[in-house]
Design a binder for this molecule. Sequence first.
Ligand code: FAD
Ligand code: DHB
Length: 395
Amino acid sequence: MSVPARTTVAIIGAGPAGLLLARLLQRSGIDSVVLEHRDRAYVEQRQRAGILEQGTIDVLRACGAGERMDREGLPHNGVELRFDRRGHRIDFPSLTGGRAVMVYAQTEMVKDLVALQLAEGGPLLFEARAVAVEGLEAGQPSVRYVHEGREHTLACDFVVGCDGFHGIARAAVPSGVLRTFDREYPFSWLGILADVPPSSDELIYAHSERGFALLSMRTPTVSRLYLQVPNGTDPGDWPDERIWDELDLRFAVDGDWKLERGPITSKSVTPMRSFVTEPMRYGPLFLAGDAAHIVPPTGAKGLNLAVADVVVLARALARWHETGAADLLDAYSDTCLRRVWRAEHFSYFMTTTLHPDPAQSDFDTRLQLSQLHRIADSETAAAELAQNYVGLPFE
Ligand code: FAD
Ligand code: DHB
């Protein structure tokens, strides 16, 4: 593939944010080049999120990337909160004016977007590592990158850092310009994939004194489950039997529900953190997705926030391209941060309500249970959870 020395938008990172942005820009007639550090197989197989909000579903359909999602994805109209050995269902459509979510793995969304980009879009370079973002102050932005052992420079009008939490784009902003907000949690998630049909049709978020557990799924034959574990946990310390035994204890419920076991095909530990960068822009450099913010995974907001950012940015760039007006670009950071902080609060709320902190007192546990009972008993409290879970509509 021949790569131009200049493009309109240089996109660093081919995760969900970078790939979807490239697709949306192409639909508006704006050219871009996507630079991705890792190889295609790695990007397509990295196990991460699984829940698409209504707004994300709508955007994927509208940009022609929803065909396989509509065929293979699993629409979900509710979740179960499980605590004190009882389950309580939260029904999304009746509490949100008809909105719902879809189980469709991030890996599958990424595969669909990669295939479309390679078939119909502008250049997408794998194993192309951005090493510097330059010319921001001078208004002549460019990205230096290494591809096939050689260094290249890509000149552009805008750089978008879609390069995740550990990328280089955020670090290219001079110190003192950005303000960051940060919180770490005293626990992590051990996540597994297992070749066994999910033991429930809907997700189960379980609070127990032994720790949080989550039952999710990828397909009708593949379960995805998570266990709260101490920070620094080595997955090697968790043989399969120990994982299933612990899941059994945390999901224990009165009645005849049973957790089905099957071969575990993947195990990994993810730390939990909240993080926000303000503003999400420095001159011609824009930050989107995990490059700008991180949420703890409880509530499944990370991927959906990345999508929301690039929808706002693609609209702003389309307006600039058509009319020369920069008003939406100037509003980008504020527009995104309103949604980001809502999702930060919701993810924090879900995390701190459902996970016993190892240092917490019995008093704290009673408060968590009181909050969970309130959601189970009050339509108002349930609606607040449901509306945040399915996600705010795009304006
Ligand atoms: P990413 O998906 O991180 O993509 C960034 C891309 O940039 C990567 O492909 C990376 O290789 C590339 N890159 C980085 N540096 C460079 C460089 N210098 N040059 C070129 N390319 C570069 N969210 C949920 O909702 N539920 C979950 O269960 C969940 N689990 C997660 C588990 C893990 C281990 C992680 C890290 C995240 C998880 N998330 C989850 C969050 C969700 O997956 C992210 O919010 C989402 O991937 C963000 O998309 P993104 O495109 O912004 O960033
Ligand atoms: C999944 C991850 C989440 O963080 C969540 O809240 C629900 C589901 C998942 O990976 O399936």
